[in-house]
Write a protein that binds this ligand. Sequence first.
Ligand code: GLV
Length: 323
Amino acid sequence: MSRCRVLVTRYVYPAALELLRRHTEVDYRDSRDGLARDALTEALRSCAAVVCQLTDRIDADLLDAAPELRLIANVAVGYDNIDVGAATARGIVVTNTPGVLTESTADLAFALLLAVGRRVGEAERWLRAGNWRQWEIDLLCGREVHGATLGILGMGRIGQAVARRARGFAMEVLYHSRRQLPESTERELGARFVTRAELFAAADFVSLHLPLDATTRGSIGAAELRQMKSTACLINTARGGLVDDGALLAALREGTLAGAGLDVFPAEPEVDPGYLELENVVLLPHIGSASVATRTRMCLLAAESVVAWVRGEVVPRQVGVEG
Ligand code: GLV
């Protein structure tokens, strides 16, 4: 019996590959650079499933050139790189990797929050540049994190994990989300539901945990940034497209916003050069979930979705379907 052909578009951790190879015929593109558009189109032509990453843009045109394709397993929790509507319309199942990256992404959001608040990046650059002459009472003083007010926009798994960390820092946690959490969960997290406007106005740190879609793209713009305190900082470990870069840069330059910690950018790996000139931003290359254990689990989860599908089981972690 011929085995199902699965394209793996770029390097994945070996455990996932081993699992896939036990059950499928794998077309593995073991490259760090991923496949260019033409090569991806060509490779997809004869594959029934694809294990892809957030750098692979899978749109309707590409799907039209992939008549055999039935499953797209994205190695990420976000799936804005895939036109899920177009896939669903063609009977193609799309899966993601939720859950396994919650804690490491929340860790990184907190790392950014601490780094921006306490000027960690700036202080380290300053030391490395050989500037340190003596201890000084007002040297590189930053903002207090403990006891500050944290506004969490998007209270899904990762937002909630950030809230749990904030409790350890005695922060007041406000949140806004499409759905208010059950009261028992709010109590457990010590988090209070507020309107978006209240959140922007009250928070010392605003951390974004929203998916990127047509309703959220550019939703943090000049108007929202203006509502924030001039002493506040914005943390983004979700997707760069949520924020209007021009408006954020203007706010940071003009001092109407104190700082930003950014792990994600609208057109990665491009980073607006304006950010590089600012001391009050911490910039990271999209490493929210980047621990070996988490990234391995993400690769495995994507492979497991493929295997479930090959076996004719209900495919777990489908996106774009209700329930
Ligand atoms: C990473 O950004 C992810 O969506 O998993």
